[in-house]
Write a protein that binds this ligand. Structure first.
Ligand code: PAF
Length: 282
């Protein structure tokens, strides 16, 4: 398996593929790989001649330094998991200096308001950090297609917006959420939950599924009220937000319009571990 720690090394290697016009699929990650990431890799391998995965914990997208320090870093184990799939995956695991060249700051983006909703409200500057790293990685890897999980649905919409606004020649592809058997959305942060907490965290998806059923007959305001009450009754969690929003604009919506697609979004704390999830409602 080829592992590159510098952009120069990776770019030199990829030159050959640019010359022979081999299609490149790209899966950007922050490591601590789980089956959700591996399914993105498999999708990329089925659709492209070359697949590159980046493993880079991007400091500029963390608005909380404790969260950045606690983020799991498991490069060796990640590489072993990738080897089980294929030796042909190219891994790009650069240092912060290699990417930011001594200036660890994010560029400012205008995502037409998508950045001010939900995660953007609660994690100021987060999407500037995401935009900065994804754009930089796209410039280095120059992929034909890039794969993102739908758990971070807002991030997916923002990356699509960035690609469109900057006219980048890459197709951004979202993939369905990969879940544990109890329904908990797979996330690198789940590593920080005990076994008991992981079991209790099944409550998040269970509540989302019930919210989806209620949305068939009730207003958005009624469903929101119901979810907030459910989380008040459950002492394992602290609800940060539950919102029902238009899938395209991510703006929360009090009235239902038949031609629009709606989605519920949730962020909760289980002790100091922040978990997010989302479900399509119609
Ligand atoms: O979703 C993630 O893991 C990160 O936000 C990403 C897209 C790899 C950028 O650092």
């Amino acid at each position: 398996m080829l592992i590159f720690n510098t952009q120069e090394g990776l770019k030199t290697h990829l030159q050959k593929n640019f010359a022979t016009k081999k299609t490149i699929g790209f899966v950007p990650t922050m490591g601590a790989l789980h089956r959700g990431h591996l399914s993105l890799i498999q999708k990329s391998m089925s659709e492209n001649e070359v697949t590159v995965m980046s493993i880079f914990v991007n400091p500029t997208q963390f608005n909380n330094s404790t969260d950045l320090d606690n983020y799991p870093r498991t490069l060796e184990a990640d590489v072993e998991k990738l080897k089980e799939i294929s030796d042909n995956i190219i891994v790009f695991a650069p240092s912060v200096d290699d990417i930011y060249n001594g200036q660890t700051i994010a560029q400012n983006f205008d995502f037409d308001g998508l950045e001010y909703e939900m995660e953007g409200k609660h994690r100021p500057g987060h999407f500037d950090g995401v935009g900065t790293i994804v754009k930089r990685l796209f410039e280095i890897v120059q992929p034909n297609k890039a794969y993102f999980g739908e758990k971070d649905f807002q991030q997916l919409q923002i990356v699509k917006k960035m690609v469109k606004k900057n006219q980048l020649p890459v197709q951004v592809i979202g993939q369905p959420i990969y879940r544990e058997t109890n329904g908990l959305a797979m996330s690198s942060r789940n590593e920080r939950l005990s076994k008991k907490e992981r079991n209790e965290a099944a409550f998040i998806y269970k509540t989302l599924q019930e919210a989806k059923l209620k949305f068939e007959t009730k207003t958005a305001a009624e469903v929101i009220q119901w979810v907030e009450n459910e989380f008040l009754k459950n002492t394992h969690f602290k609800l940060e937000y539950f919102e029902i929003a238009d899938e395209a604009t991510l703006k929360s919506s009090a009235i239902k319009e038949h031609h629009k697609k709606y989605r519920a979004f949730i962020a909760v704390f289980m002790n100091d571990v922040r978990l997010i999830d989302t479900i399509s409602l119609n």
